[in-house]
Design a protein around this ligand. Structure first.
Ligand code: NAG
Ligand code: NAG
Length: 632
C-alpha cells in the first residue's frame, strides 16, 4: 500500500514540478544558452525532463543535422536526448541522496553538443528531493546504564538519526516514548545536525523497574512523514539503597537440650532487593549477643543456625539473640531468634543428707525419725519429680511431708541382739522416661539397751564335794551369758542370802563375783551335812541392772573317816571282858556277839569281824559279818 502511495505521489510531484521549475537561461556569449530544469529525484526511466528543442529555440531539423547529443564528463548519464523529438528524458534513476548527499540544491550539469556549426548548450538539472528516505539510526538499539542514584536533570546524549533527504524531507525532530522518567531536549549543532538528549525528570528505582525500554523516534518533515525508530534500553544500575529484609521478624525454634554439635536449629532468610553485590546477603550473629557463638553456629551464606555446643536446659531454658543480615554494600538488618530449649531427663537426682542419727537405740519407738534427706533434680517437670524408696526388706520406711524432703524412720521394733547394724539403701528416682535414679546407703548402728538379763544355761548346777575338804577350794563354777553389750553384758555373781541350820550360807560357800567360781567356805563333814542347796545370782552392769538366779546343789561325799565302834560288850577302863563258857559247850555254841557300828556310810560303814588275838586259835571263831563268837 505504502509503496504504491509513494509511487503515485512521486508521479504527482514530477508533473507539478516539471511545469513549475523549467526555465531558460541565455548566456550572452553568442549561441550558447543555458537551460535549467528541475526534476524530482527517482523519476522513472524515460520520464520527460524537458523539451530542449523548444527551450533552446532549435528546430528539430537543426537538431537532426547538428547530430545533437549529450556530452558529459560523468560516467553516469542521467539524461537522454531524444533528438528526433527534441525532448530530454530520464535515462538513469537519479537518486538525489547518492548524487548530492547533503548538498543542496542538488544538480548536475551536462552539455548538448550540436555540430555544423558547433554549439554547446549546458543543461543543468536540479534534482529535487523527494522524501524517499526515512530518518535512520545507525545503531539497532541504544543502551544506557544509569545508576538509580542519578540526579534529576542528568543528561544523556542520544545518538542522532540520519535522514538522507534534505530540507523538509530531512530529519526534523525526535520523540521519546514513554516519557515518564525522561524528557527529551533537542538541539541543533552549529553544523546543523539535529540531536537530542534525555533529561532525567523522575528518579529511577531499580527495585521497582530494573530496566526501561524506550523508543526514540526520529521524524522528518516530508509528506507523508517518515520516521525511524531506535530502541533505547536503559539498564538501571543498583545503588545499595535497600537493606536486606528478613522474611520474619522473629524466628522461633524448639530444641532438645544436649542436641549434638551440628544439629540444625532453624534457617533465617533475608532478601535484598538490590542487585549484584548490593544484594548478596550474609548472615551473622549480632555483636550484642555475648557468648552466643559458643552455643550456635550460623552459616554465613545459607543462614542455617546449628548447634555449636550441646545446650544445657538447666542453664538456658530459652535463648534469645539477634541475627544480622548484611549486604556487601554494608547495609544490615537484624531479626530476633528465640530458641526454646526442651528438657531431657539428663540429670540424676541428688540426695542430700540433712541429718542422720546413728546409732539409734534399740528401744526406739516405731516411727522414730532417724534421718532427713533432701532430694534435688535439675530437670524440670516429671524429669525432675523425685520419689524415694527403700531397697530390700528392712524395718524402715521413708516418707515425705514436704516436697523434696524425706524422713527416714523406723517401721518396726529394733533389737540390737538380733540385728545390730543395717545398711539402709534409699533409692531416689525421678519420673522421667527412662527414669534416672541414685542410691544412698545409710549405715545405721543399733545401740544397746539393757533389755536382757544374764541367762544361765541350766536351771540347776550340782556338785559333789568330798567331806573333809580343804576350805577355800573351788568346787564348781557357774556362768551366765548376757546378750547385751558392754556394761549391759558384764555379769557379776553373788550368793542369794539363805541359811542352813541357822547359819548363813556364806559360811558354807563363796562365789567369785567375776568368774562365777564357787568355793567351799569350810571343810564339810558328811556325817553332819550330806547336801545343801543355795542360789547364785548373776547380775549385769546395766542401769538399772538385770539379774537372774540359778539353783546350786552341793552333795557332800562320805569319806571313811570314822572307825567302827564296839558297842557290846561294853569295855570299861581297859579291863578285860570275861565271858563264861560252859565246859560242855559244843561246837557252835554261841559265846557272845560283838556289836560294832560305824558312822560312815556305805562301804565305809560295812563292818567285818576278825579275831585279833587269841590264846588258842583253835577254840573260838568270830562270824565275819555278824560278830558272833562261837565255839568251834
Ligand atoms: C554394710 O555395708 C558395709 C560396707 O559395704 C559392709 O562392710 C557391712 O558389712 C554392711 N553391713 C550389713 C549389716 O550388711
Ligand atoms: C530366783 O529366780 C526365780 C525365777 O527364776 C524367782 O522366782 C526368784 O524370786 C528368784 N530368787 C531370788 C532370791 O531372787
Amino acid at each position: 500500500m505504502e509503496s504504491k502511495d509513494i509511487h503515485q505521489c512521486r508521479g504527482g510531484i514530477w508533473r507539478r514540478k516539471a511545469c513549475l521549475f523549467v526555465f531558460w537561461c541565455f548566456f550572452l556569449n553568442g549561441t550558447q544558452a543555458q537551460i535549467r530544469y528541475s526534476i524530482p529525484e527517482e523519476m522513472k526511466k524515460g520520464s520527460l525532463v524537458g523539451n530542449v528543442a523548444r527551450d533552446l529555440g532549435l528546430d528539430l531539423k537543426r537538431l537532426r543535422s547538428g547530430r545533437a547529443r549529450i556530452v558529459t564528463g560523468e560516467n553516469v548519464q542521467y539524461a537522454e536526448l531524444r533528438a528526433d523529438k527534441g525532448l530530454l528524458d530520464v535515462h538513469e534513476r537519479i537518486d538525489r541522496e547518492q548524487l548530492c548527499g547533503d548538498v543542496t540544491p542538488c544538480s548536475f550539469t551536462f552539455e548538448i553538443l550540436l555540430e555544423n556549426p558547433m554549439e554547446l548548450h549546458p543543461v543543468t538539472i536540479e534534482v529535487l528531493d523527494v522524501n524517499d528516505n526515512a530518518p535512520t539510526f545507525e545503531s539497532r538499539h541504544l543502551e544506557f546504564e544509569i545508576s538509580e542514584s542519578a540526579a534529576l536533570g542528568s543528561r544523556f546524549l542520544l545518538e542522532n538519526a540520519h535522514d538522507a533527504d534534505v530540507d523538509a524531507n530531512g530529519l526534523q525532530s525526535y520523540i521519546l516514548t514513554p516519557s515518564d522518567n525522561f524528557v527529551l531536549k533537542q538541539h541543533v549543532s552549529p553544523g546543523g545536525r539535529k540531536y537530542a538528549e534525555m533529561v532525567l525528570q523522575k528518579v529511577l528505582d531499580r527495585e521497582q523497574q530494573p530496566r526501561l525500554s524506550l523508543k526514540l523516534v526520529a521524524v522528518d518533515g516530508g509528506n507523508p512523514q517518515r520516521s525511524g525508530t531506535v530502541n533505547v534500553e536503559i539498564i538501571i544500575l543498583d545503588i545499595n539503597d535497600n537493606a536486606p529484609v528478613f522474611n520474619q521478624t522473629i524466628y522461633k525454634a524448639k530444641l532438645f537440650e544436649n542436641a549434638p554439635k551440628g544439629t540444625h536449629v532453624l534457617t533465617v532468610n533475608a532478601t535484598d532487593a538490590d542487585s549484584g553485590s548490593n544484594g548478596i546477603v550474609t548472615y551473622s550473629f549480632s555483636k550484642s549477643n555475648a557468648g552466643i557463638t559458643d552455643l550456635f553456629h550460623i552459616d554465613e551464606v545459607a543462614g542455617c543456625i546449628s548447634v555449636a555446643k550441646p545446650i544445657d536446659y538447666e542453664k538456658d531454658k530459652t535463648i534469645e539473640f539477634m541475627v544480622e543480615a548484611k549486604d556487601q554494600g554494608g547495609l544490615s538488618k537484624s531479626a530476633k531468634v528465640e530458641i526454646e530449649v526442651m528438657d531431657l531427663n539428663d540429670n540424676v537426682p541428688a540426695i542430700n543428707v540433712m541429718s542422720f542419727t546413728s546409732p539409734v537405740q534399740e528401744d526406739s519407738p516405731v516411727g522414730a525419725t532417724i534421718g532427713i534427706i533432701n532430694v534435688k533434680d535439675q530437670d524440670s517437670g516429671e524429669n525432675g519429680h523425685v520419689r524415694c524408696a527403700i531397697e530390700g526388706r528392712v524395718p524402715f520406711k521413708i516418707k515425705s511431708n514436704v516436697r523434696n524432703y524425706f524422713a527416714l524412720m523406723t517401721d518396726a521394733d529394733l533389737d540390737r541382739e538380733r540385728v545390730s547394724e543395717y545398711n539402709i539403701t534409699v533409692v531416689a528416682s525421678d519420673s522421667g522416661s527412662p527414669p534416672l535414679s541414685i542410691k544412698h546407703t545409710f549405715n545405721l548402728k543399733v545401740s544397746d539397751v539393757n533389755d536382757n538379763a544374764p541367762v544361765f544355761p541350766v536351771s540347776l548346777y550340782s556338785a559333789n564335794v568330798a567331806e573333809n575338804n580343804t576350805p577355800g577350794g573351788p568346787v564348781l563354777s557357774v556362768s551366765a551369758k548376757d546378750p547385751d553389750e558392754n556394761q549391759n553384758a558384764r555379769v557379776s555373781y553373788m550368793l542369794e542370802q539363805s541359811e542352813i541350820g541357822g547359819r548363813s550360807i556364806s559360811e558354807f560357800v563363796s562365789v567369785n563375783a567375776e568368774s562365777g567360781v564357787i568355793s567351799a567356805a569350810r571343810s564339810y563333814d558328811y556325817e553332819q551335812l550330806k547336801e545343801f542347796h543355795f542360789r547364785v545370782r548373776a547380775q549385769d552392769g546395766g542401769s538399772p541392772p538385770l539379774s537372774s538366779n540359778v539353783s546350786v546343789r552341793m552333795l557332800i561325799q562320805d569319806q571313811n573317816d570314822n572307825a567302827p565302834q564296839v558297842l557290846y560288850p561294853v569295855q570299861t577302863g581297859g579291863s578285860l571282858l570275861a565271858e563264861m563258857v560252859p565246859r560242855s559247850a559244843e561246837v557252835g555254841y554261841l559265846v557272845t556277839k560283838v556289836v560294832a557300828v560305824d558312822v560312815d556310810s556305805g562301804q565305809n560303814a560295812w563292818l567285818s569281824y576278825k579275831v585279833h588275838k587269841a590264846t588258842d586259835r583253835a577254840l573260838f571263831e568270830v562270824g565275819l559279818h555278824n560278830g558272833e563268837i562261837g565255839v568251834q
